[in-house]
Design a protein around this ligand. Structure first.
Ligand code: THU
Length: 161
């Protein structure tokens, strides 16, 4: 038997003012998108913004439903929109933020498991890492260099060969 340990590396910034201008602008777009979220059930409004390889910025928000499992997260809304509007164009960076109307919005948000799986699919599809910028409406910012680092031992198409 052998024990294996996998660690993840992420950058921690005091707040958005420490970010490079391009990252700060993308996080700003995600924070702006929060306002457009449809989250009447959880009151947890999430906004995402993607920077594509062609320079386009694509927003996304969570879209809830009275039948709760039907709802979709902001990250996947953004990825599906990008893939529909700009098919074949790689995603370089994803920024995500939120406003918790029932609590604090300070702690960086990180994508849920289904969104992580989806991000990994896009990384593999375009053979391009997707940087992920995670933040609240204010406060600290975390950045990981790729979605795969949030998905150790992930399942992908290569497992079906
Ligand atoms: N949500 C997102 O949109 N992204 C995340 O990364 C975490 C959760 C949404 C799903 C649901 O509409 C609400 O936040 C509460 O879970």
């Amino acid at each position: 038997m052998e024990n294996k340990i996998q660690q993840i590396e992420y950058e921690v910034y005091k707040d958005a003012s420490e970010l490079a201008p391009e990252d700060r602008a993308l996080l700003e777009a995600a924070r702006k998108a929060v306002e457009d979220a449809y989250a009447p059930y959880s009151r947890f409004k999430v906004g995402a913004a993607l920077l594509l390889a062609n320079g386009q910025c694509v927003p996304g928000t969570n879209q809830e439903n009275a039948s709760y499992p039907v709802g979709i997260c902001a990250e996947r809304t953004a990825l599906s929109t990008a893939s529909s509007l700009y098919p074949g164009i790689a995603v370089r960076t994803l920024a995500v933020s939120y406003h918790n109307e029932l609590g604090s919005s300070l702690k960086p948000i990180s994508p849920c498991g289904i969104c992580r799986q989806t991000i990994c699919e896009y990384e593999q599809r375009f053979n391009t890492p997707i940087r992920i910028i995670m933040a609240g409406l204010t406060g600290p910012v975390f950045i990981v260099k790729n979605g795969g680092s949030l998905m150790p031992l992930s399942f992908s198409s290569s497992d079906m060969l």
